[in-house]
Design a protein around this ligand. Structure first.
Ligand SMILES: *Cc1c(COP(=O)(O)O)cnc(C)c1O
Length: 500
């Protein structure tokens, strides 16, 4: 059915990788990211035949186009999908909520950790287990391939990875976080998970110290070989694939709810590493009739600057904003879009790989690279962008609560809503509907939400925002392993000890 082979964004030779290899390796050996070099096309009558499908059925139809059935059978793929989304609290998995006639929110936070990363990581965890179990079937215990996932978190990614991998066979997960520098709710989410394969290490140091240690561990060939170190970072192709479903699902929900199939649909996506919105690009390239994808950044605005100037330039420092999950210097998934943009210029896959490799070599040596006007013009056919400052985030949370039935936005979602509202004002009544992606539950970012709503008459965080499940977490027992030295040898020893 599908004929998708994967290639690296930096390869100047014809290379073809299987889906399994792409998922288990994460990053290509030449430093590039894996992409399907041909984007599959939707069946001609997909709107009629797909519009009434459930979230899981749609996920199946989309993923089937990207994964050979010789690699994962229909029955296996269905089972993986149903297992992954049975952990969501909402029957629609990712429902849409009408704010007003021209603005809908796509709520992506109904998974186990209340953040959008669950949509991908619930699926990735099951995929890892599926591939390992299949490889290890019939092997004696000592020959089994066991994966040790190691990651650093400043809060959100860690908990989504832990909930994706908890209890999975032949996988262990170690998440490092800086002691005292993540929110109480985030620490509670990570350290109350009782599964034996989950380990959190509270490291005396900063997030950068944790990340450096993880990088050193990945660079340690001997340790790597012994424990088969793996990652679940945002560049794994399976995450981009799993995120495509909600663009389709919300598009169909919107047509049904608004009753207006003539409207132009634009998605607004609060962006950091460009993984979320990239899934929308694939949906559009497959044939979903999306008018535009709008990148909404916070003050860490490399993507907005690129689209306006053609220059991809690393800023000096990461700025700590009210939307910390989008605080990045460079956008790791952007390389995938750059490959398609390079390829569109010449139509030549090999040439595109060489061009992308050169851009990233320039980025490494000079801290920037510039693309041609023709490439920017091409990017602007699909994308638009804008940047939002902290004061605007607060004001948007306050205004939305006051104007729209006490709806409480989290600070990341507020970045998207601000950009959508500005676009709606500029449209001047034109028939365009915006779907802005809601990437986290407001209870996860109580400081920013309280700052915006604390002074508003009648507002109560406990009563209106905090879900019972998260309230209960704070009284559960925490397993905290303190590491009082931010040192790679100390961490390696702790991992080795805990794996016994
Ligand atoms: C990760 C994250 C984002 C940014 O998504 P990208 O795929 O990195 O662009 C936005 N909001 C929240 C809450 C996130 O956790």
């Amino acid at each position: 059915m599908s004929s998708t082979a994967y290639r690296s964004t930096r390869s100047a030779s014809a290379d073809a990788h299987s889906f399994e290899e792409v998922v288990l390796k994460g990053l290509a050996s030449d430093g590039g990211l894996f992409i399907p070099s041909k984007v599959p096309q939707l069946p001609a009558d997909f709107i009629n035949t797909w519009k009434d499908l459930s979230f899981n059925e749609l996920a199946f139809n989309i993923m089937r186009l990207y994964i050979e059935s010789s690699e994962i059978s229909d029955a296996e793929l269905k089972e993986l999908i149903s297992k992954s989304y049975s952990t969501f609290r909402h029957e629609d998995v990712t429902p849409i909520e009408k704010i007003h006639d021209k603005l809908y929110l796509l709520e992506l936070f109904h998974g186990p950790t209340y953040a959008f990363k669950d949509v991908a990581l619930q699926f990735v965890g099951n995929l890892f287990e599926f591939f390992l179990q299949r490889k290890n079937a019939n092997l004696p215990e000592e020959q089994k391939d066991k994966l040790t996932v190691v990651g650093a978190t400043s809060g959100d990614t860690g908990s989504a990875a832990i909930y994706g991998l908890r209890g999975k066979k032949d996988v262990s997960v170690f998440i490092l976080y800086p002691t005292g520098r993540i929110s109480d709710i985030q620490e509670a989410q990570m350290t109350t998970v009782p599964d034996a394969n989950v380990h959190t290490l509270s490291v005396k140091g900063t997030f950068d110290d944790c990340q450096d240690i993880v990088k050193q561990i990945f660079g340690d060939a001997e340790f790597n070989k012994k424990f088969h170190i793996g990652a679940v970072n945002s560049i794994n192709w399976a995450r981009i694939l799993a995120q495509q479903t909600y663009y389709f699902y919300s598009y169909f929900q919107l047509l049904k709810k608004s009753g207006n199939d003539a409207t132009k649909v634009r998605f607004v996506v609060p962006s950091g590493n460009f993984g979320d919105i990239l899934a929308g690009y694939y949906a559009k390239e497959m044939g979903l009739p999306v008018d535009k994808l709008i990148i909404a950044t916070n003050e860490n605005d490399i993507l907005d600057r690129f689209l306006k100037s053609g220059e991809y330039a690393k800023g000096a420092d990461v700025k700590a904003t009210l939307s910390p999950a989008m605080d990045i210097l460079i956008s790791s998934n952007f390389e995938r879009l750059l490959w398609y943009l390079a390829r569109n210029q010449t139509g030549d896959d090999l040439q595109a790989g060489a061009t992308v490799a050169q851009w990233f070599a320039d980025l490494k040596t000079n801290g920037s690279f510039k693309v041609s006007d023709a490439i920017i013009a091409d990017a602007k056919k699909d994308f638009d962008s804008d940047r939002v400052q902290d004061e605007e985030i607060s004001a948007t949370i306050t205004e939305t609560y006051q104007k729209y039935n006490k709806y409480v936005l989290d600070p990341h979602t507020a970045v998207g809503v601000k950009v959508a509202s500005d676009n709606i004002a500029r449209d001047n009544g034109a028939d365009v509907t915006y779907v802005s992606l809601s990437t986290a539950h407001p209870a996860k970012f109580s400081d920013a939400v309280d700052k915006a709503l604390g002074g508003v008459e009648g507002y109560s965080f406990e009563k209106e925002v905090l879900p019972q499940e998260l309230k209960e977490l704070s009284s559960q027992e925490r397993r905290i392993k303190l590491i009082d030295q931010a040192d790679v040898e100390v961490i390696k020893a702790a991992i080795e000890e805990l794996l016994k």
